[in-house]
Design a protein around this ligand. Structure first.
Ligand SMILES: Cc1ncc(COP(=O)(O)OP(=O)(O)O)c(N)n1
Ligand SMILES: Cc1nc(C(=O)O)sc1CCOP(=O)(O)O
Ligand SMILES: [Mg+2]
Length: 215
């Protein structure tokens, strides 16, 4: 599976906790039809699936992503990522350290790391991760333990400090933010609710893709 800077353009993240009255597999397929460029399986929170239920959902989501030739990342759960031979894993500052991932995971597994400050971004670049998630850019209702928003200027500061590393911006991002987030220096947007809670997830994803194509 090809993963590069362009894969970050419209990065969709989903777990069963992020849907209301629709099947998460249906929402993912709609988003894939809409043209998302990367996907992260993030099963998290009090209602999250675990054990074989989590594995089965992840496996089905991975299969769908591969049908559409979209890279499949796993959030946090290195064991799951390895068992599925996922294209990548995304971890945060308080998750399993990047050096430990490298010791255990296949060399080909891509690594994404969350950053909120210039210092974290510089360290991520030193570690040589494949991309950084930068956020939260705006307030978000989706992540209960999200840090204080860093706004567009936070992206600019990080982009100036780490000129080369691929950046995906995350946190409270809506369609109307795509242009300003890209202008601030991000290579793409990572979204949950703007697609997962949309009345028509395919159209929502398509709108993100169309706007991103002109950046
Ligand atoms: C693309 C992307 N960026 C940031 C995050 C957040 O990761 P983390 O800080 O580890 O928080 P959780 O997602 O684990 O709650 C992400 N998942 N994806
Ligand atoms: C998973 C996640 N990580 C964040 C970070 O700041 O690292 S914000 C966030 C939630 C993103 O969901 P929405 O697009 O619905 O705001
Ligand atoms: Mg995490």
């Amino acid at each position: 599976m090809v993963f590069n800077r362009e894969s970050l353009a419209v990065y969709f993240i989903l777990g069963s906790q992020n849907v209301k009255d629709k099947d998460p597999l249906f929402i993912l397929e709609e988003a894939l039809k809409g043209g998302i460029s990367c996907f992260q399986f993030r099963e998290k929170g009090f209602s999250a699936k675990s054990g074989s239920e989590k594995y089965d959902l992840a496996r089905q989501m991975q299969k769908l992503c591969h049908q559409y030739r979209v890279p499949f990342f796993v959030n946090d759960d290195l064991e799951l990522a390895i068992n599925l031979n996922a294209d990548g894993i995304h971890v945060g500052q308080d998750d399993i350290p990047v050096n430990q991932i490298r010791e255990i995971a296949p060399e080909t597994m891509k690594i994404g790391l969350s950053t909120t400050s210039v210092e974290e971004a510089i360290e991520a670049a030193r570690l040589g991760v494949d991309y950084i998630g930068v956020g939260p850019i705006f307030p978000t209702m989706t992540k209960s333990d999200a840090k204080a928003p860093i706004s567009l200027s936070g992206i600019q500061k990080i982009r100036n400090a780490v000129s080369d590393i691929p950046i995906v911006a995350i946190g409270g991002i809506e369609l109307t933010d795509v242009v300003s987030v890209r202008k601030a220096g991000a290579d793409g947007v990572a979204v949950i609710s703007a697609i997962s809670l949309a009345d028509e997830p395919q159209l929502a994803a398509q709108a993100f893709v169309n706007l991103s194509a002109n950046q």
